[in-house]
Design a protein around this ligand. Structure first.
Ligand code: FMN
Length: 622
């Protein structure tokens, strides 16, 4: 290879087009792992205090602190700096919000004297504030890093009344956790009436406080909720009628009593979502945040899903976990993904989401391979714990008014696929859609997804829609995938590498996107990020961090105009090449220093002592 450019932090080589320069790219978001000694065929998982359902066969998992060091897929050793560390003494929120009384009084360690804060504040990043321009008001006021445009010489903050009017009574982002709900969850004052009804069907359920209802006499089997297309309405509806408690509780309404207050949705009246032939942006921990999803929506993604949330954390009212459920108004078909391993917590969590969030579907992540989840019996561990899986699916389906979907893998071990055995069961248990990632847990990303197997499974799943997932990076890949008979496709890394893949698929073309267009896309992301995480130093650094995580995938894109043969394949490592201009070369660099440089074009210089190592370390080379 011939070195062309050499700068302090990066070296590019002219793209020599011999095939031998391509070698398999082993992506290991979650590193490749060995089969572990969990007994897959038994319910060998832990019973923790979170579960009140007795499971006599359950073997306790011993928590060995030494194991922590060995947890795979966590990348725990990477340097971690909280965005709060970048500002020594921020301005107190009480001052930002208009000099209201500081809750912490004398003990508050933040600035209260505006002039002192302004003297120590780092310089502004840009001349216009996206929040001020868009909403007519910047809630970060004096602490905004683009604040000059909306701050007067005597430190007053400005507002644009006419622009503000457009946003009156409009909430572009939904599903925030309210303080009231958080307090109720912490004090365990939230009612899980429907979940309790369901959980009482277990003969070994411990809650002795509630009198038994009709439900306890019913077999779980009668509670199966098959999608409308598969089951005559009468079967489902009569089962539902039986399980209502004999005396319904008094109805609380916030106005006159209407049908909506009295008549609950029957399972056959569950909200329906037409999943077929849609492009589904995969749930992506860390990278699939709300600003990134907004970018993908603009490029044509049809279905979006929140990052995986842990059901126990949601039930505890953890703010950071609830942030994963947030939905932007542009996300018209939006679901949330939850992970858990017990029927009681998963059922309650579904009821909580049903009652307090606006979602179109709820997805169970039974494909997650990471040790932290798998060893507890969650993620793809559930695929081998069919009894628990059944109870979870039926319980969640019972409490949800929206469809329940499931994401699975081919199986746990490489040479023993189990998805085909599970799919007929999932149909019977009543899931509304199945996504199949065509690789096993053991394989991670080392081999190509098995689309022949996905095809077989799609036939088995019919009439329940099955989405195929794995290795789609071009519209040709998508066409081939659809030909296998799947109802739709899910795209994960392909969207991170080139979010415009959705446009390419919809328009059946290769888009030789320019580096300026890509920079504009990154600019949109940073603006959405500032809206989402804030335009103060903390928000700017959070936005930068998520931008860098994304750039660690995006650098793998090779511009169409430079390819010897189209399309680029996901499992081929991009060779070193020189772009058609400086920016294109910079965007192709696999050096963290260059990603940081791109972030500086959009978000100003990094703070002192800044360091970054991507979470998904397979993508970081320096
Ligand atoms: C960065 C990253 C984060 C992911 N996070 C999740 C997740 O939260 N939930 C999930 O079900 N799968 C997650 N996955 C797996 C993807 O959804 C998808 O199943 C997998 O990457 C295969 O699709 P692909 O070949 O199109 O990348 C993640 C994958 C990546 C690369």
């Amino acid at each position: 290879m011939e070195a062309i450019i050499s700068s302090s932090s990066c070296v590019f080589y002219r793209f020599l087009t011999t095939k031998d320069k391509f070698h398999t790219f082993i992506d290991a978001k979650y590193e490749v792992c060995q089969p572990d000694d969990t007994n897959e065929n038994n319910d060998t998982n832990n019973e923790t205090k979170e579960s009140s359902v007795e499971e006599p066969q359950v073997k306790k998992l011993k928590w060995d602190p030494e194991d922590k060091k060995r947890l795979r897929g966590q990348n725990k050793s990477r340097p971690h700096r909280k965005p709060t560390m970048y500002e020594e003494k921020p301005l107190c929120v009480s001052v930002i919000q208009g000099n209201r009384k500081c809750f912490y009084g004398d003990k508050c360690k933040f600035h209260h004297v505006v002039a002192d804060y302004m003297a120590s504040k780092p310089p502004d990043i840009g001349d216009s504030c996206h929040l001020f321009d868009t909403f007519g008001k910047c809630q970060y006021g004096l602490s905004c890093r683009f604040g000059k445009t909306h701050t007067t010489a005597d430190f007053q903050t400005l507002e644009k009344a006419d622009v503000m009017k457009t946003y009156e009574n409009r909430t572009p982002v939904k599903n925030s956790l309210t303080k009231d709900l958080q307090n109720s969850l912490r004090k365990r004052q939230v009612s899980f009436k429907k979940s309790e009804d369901y959980l009482k069907t277990f003969s070994n359920y411990k809650d002795k406080t509630e009198p038994k209802t009709l439900i306890s006499e019913m077999s779980i089997a009668t509670m199966t909720h098959k999608p409308m297309s598969m089951q005559p309405d009468a079967t489902v509806c009569s089962a539902k009628r039986q399980i209502s408690p004999e005396k319904p509780p008094a109805i609380k309404t916030a106005g006159p009593l209407t049908d909506v207050d009295v008549v609950r949705l029957r399972s056959c009246e569950k909200k329906q979502v037409d999943f077929r032939d849609k492009l589904y942006l995969a749930p992506l921990t860390t990278c699939g945040n709300l600003p990134f999803r907004r970018v993908c929506k603009r490029f044509g993604a049809d279905i979006t899903c929140g990052e995986m949330a842990m059901c126990t954390n949601l039930l505890q009212g953890q703010q950071s976990e609830w942030a994963l459920l947030k939905r932007h108004e542009s996300e018209d078909i939006f679901g949330v993904q939850v992970e858990g391993c017990f029927p009681d917590t998963m059922t309650r969590c579904a009821e909580l989401i049903n009652n307090h969030a606006q979602v179109d579907f709820v997805d169970i992540n039974s494909g997650c391979p990471i040790d932290l989840v798998y060893k507890k019996g969650g993620g793809c561990g559930l695929m081998a714990r069919t009894r628990k899986f059944e109870q979870i699916v039926k319980g969640m389906n019972y409490v949800l008014d929206v469809p329940l979907t499931v994401k699975i893998r081919t199986g746990v071990h490489e040479k023993s696929n189990i998805a085909h055995k599970l799919i007929p069961e999932l149909k019977n248990w009543g899931v509304s859609m199945i996504t199949l990632h065509g690789r096993s847990r053991e394989q991670r990303y080392t081999k190509l997804a098995d689309w022949d197997y996905i095809n077989t499974c799609a036939e088995l799943a019919s009439p329940v829609p099955l989405f195929g997932n794995g290795d789609i990076l071009s519209y040709e890949d998508a066409v081939k995938a659809k030909d296998t008979g799947v109802s739709g496709i899910m795209i994960a890394r392909g969207a991170l590498i080139k979010p415009w893949i959705f446009t390419e698929i919809k328009e059946s073309r290769h888009w030789d996107i320019s580096s300026t267009e890509r920079l504009d896309m990154l600019k949109d992301f940073t603006n959405f990020g500032l809206e989402h995480w804030g335009s103060d130093t903390r928000g700017v650094e959070k936005t930068r961090n998520f931008l860098l995580e994304w750039l660690s995938f995006m650098c793998r894109y090779i511009p169409v105009g430079l390819l010897e043969r189209v399309p680029q394949k996901i499992n081929e490592r991009p060779p070193y090449y020189m772009g058609r201009n400086y920016l294109e070369s910079l965007m192709a660099s696999q050096n963290v220093g260059d990603w940081v440089r791109i972030s500086e074009m959009l978000l100003g210089p990094v703070p002192k002592n800044f360091n970054f190592l991507p979470k998904h370390k397979a993508n970081s080379y320096k």
